[in-house]
Design a protein around this ligand. Sequence first.
Ligand code: AVJ
Length: 333
Amino acid sequence: MVALARSQAPQPSGAEASAFAADVLAGLGSVPKHVPAKYFYDGAGSQLFERITELAEYYPTRCEMRILRDHAAAIAKLIPEGAALVEFGSGSNKKARMLLAAAPKLAAYVPVDICGEMVEQEAAELRPDFQALKVLPVMADICYPFDLPAEAKAAPVRIGFFPGSTIGNFEPHEAAGFLRNAARILGPGATLIVGVDLIKPVEVLNAAYNDAAGVTAKFNLNLLVRINRELRGTFKLDTFEHHAFYNRERHRIEMHLASLKRQKVKVAGETIEFRAGETIHTENSYKYSVESLGALARGVGWLPAGVWTDARKYFSIQAFTLADEAPAPRAAE
Ligand code: AVJ
């Protein structure tokens, strides 16, 4: 990928840009207003997320790394010789490195991410450290079916890796859809290793999404910066405020951007009206129990194959295998 200077960067071309425009206009035109969380991750958003992972209040990344460090050998036992490891939504390669180091007989590593620049860069950083491994990055939106590289398809078996509790960004029915899609992409005999944030005391959850340094607020507001830049938006950043809270009934953190006043904003030539206090719902971060994710997975053909947690049981790594050689069942039609 070619790095563009800032002044040249504003308009991603073609399908990517129009999907963003269509999703934002549809979301801001509905009640309640919302924008899909995957659009947080432009260059600045990915950097802000990296800073979030280093915050004292934000426990998930540290917990997951700790589980991977403490149980890498046990987890790697699920990865047979010659397998291809497919990482869904790979952001940073820190977690994959731990698995790759513990599974030296892997044939290929396929990081898949919506941000092509990111995934190419991560691949370039990995190659010198894992010279026997074929690193085959794919730029794709993991919410939709995508094609694996031929070498990954040719491997005797494929192991999916979906760390970071990204699965928590999906609605439960979308999470089931993702798991079904992963089964189809990975094929017979596959294993899926998923990092999932667990239900825990509400104070711990609320603090993790309302950090004292305001990095999460900046991450949330960066969505408006991106809309302004890429979709000719006229959002005034000081008229919107970061709101994040745990919704106990639905086991999820909700993030919103609240308009501090009644106002009109233009996006891609369309006028959007806000009431004072009206919010744009920007993210859900669902929290699961081992049982609730297991039930969701079982419903689409994945059987439990292992669970690892940290000492406080804040976070889990859960493994599943496909029930049999038949394709995963489709939703009832
Ligand atoms: C990357 C989706 C796991 O939900 O905790 C962090 C994103 N949002 N702080 C999460 C996020 C606000 C994060 N995930």
